[in-house]
Design a protein around this ligand. Structure first.
Ligand SMILES: [Zn+2]
Ligand SMILES: [Zn+2]
Length: 238
């Protein structure tokens, strides 16, 4: 498995016991991307062109701000603001001669469309998603070729719903019939068992609130609420 560039991070995440391996890969990419931009890639002109254009989503703006590099954050935001301003400009002549936007004028719509595009984009999300897709490709490249894959996947406690769905969709496109059947038989039964177990643990977690169960053992349910949030939405509670 030395011929694929992303084999190592994929294997590392699969070998690390605990929660969804794709969440782990995604979190690491996310952290690396924030470190990279503040590292200080924001001084690089080519990268800055890209951040000016795409900007950042609310989550990544918060993460950049949290790095505590006020000058770096200010530089990134300032030139991005300038870019937005340029794209939302309305000429003076238009504003004066028209009184303001005339009815049926497309200017308001054009501005609204531009704003919508800005709202949807994020330099870091796009960077992370690009590499994450290649990790998924690597996973399915390895599936029929690497003997270690099945035992590694079978030792996992399941996947979060988002990545479970992504895997199923990707599997259909990436694997031939034989390997797809094999993949589904392993992954679907694994996930079903994981979800049944989680539901049972949640049930016991709730029953533990009954005073009659105060002294009963927790079994595996102590962290069932946290594991449920991780499975449903990939949330990690520290
Ligand atoms: Zn996940
Ligand atoms: Zn983002």
């Amino acid at each position: 498995m030395k011929d694929h560039i992303h084999t190592i991070p994929v294997l590392d995440a699969l070998r690390d016991p605990g929660h969804c391996p794709f969440c782990k890969m995604h979190r690491q990419l996310d952290k690396d991307a924030v470190d990279f931009i503040m590292g200080p890639a924001y001084m690089d002109e080519d990268i800055r062109d890209k951040t000016n254009e795409a900007g950042f989503c609310a989550d990544h703006l918060r993460k950049i701000y949290a790095v505590q590099n006020r000058l770096g954050t200010a530089l990134l935001i300032h030139t991005h603001l300038k870019h937005i301003q340029k794209n939302l400009e309305v000429s003076d002549t238009f504003a004066i001669s028209g009184g303001f936007f005339k009815k049926n004028d497309s200017t308001g719509k054009r501005l609204a469309n531009n704003i919508e595009v800005f709202q949807k984009r994020c330099y870091i999300c796009e960077k992370v998603d690009g590499t994450f897709k290649r990790y998924l490709d690597t996973f399915f490249y390895m599936w029929p070729r690497e003997k270690e894959m099945i035992p590694l996947v079978e030792s996992l406690p399941g996947f979060c719903l988002l990545h479970y769905g992504m895997m199923l969709e990707h599997a259909e496109k990436s694997l031939n019939k034989k390997h797809l059947e094999n993949f589904l038989s392993v992954v679907v039964s694994l996930q079903q068992k994981a979800m049944e177990k989680l539901e049972g643990d949640m049930d016991w977690f709730i029953q533990k609130f009954d005073y009659r169960n105060t002294d009963a053992p927790w079994k595996d349910s102590k962290d069932a609420l946290i594991r449920s949030m991780a499975m449903l939405k990939g949330i990690v509670v520290e």
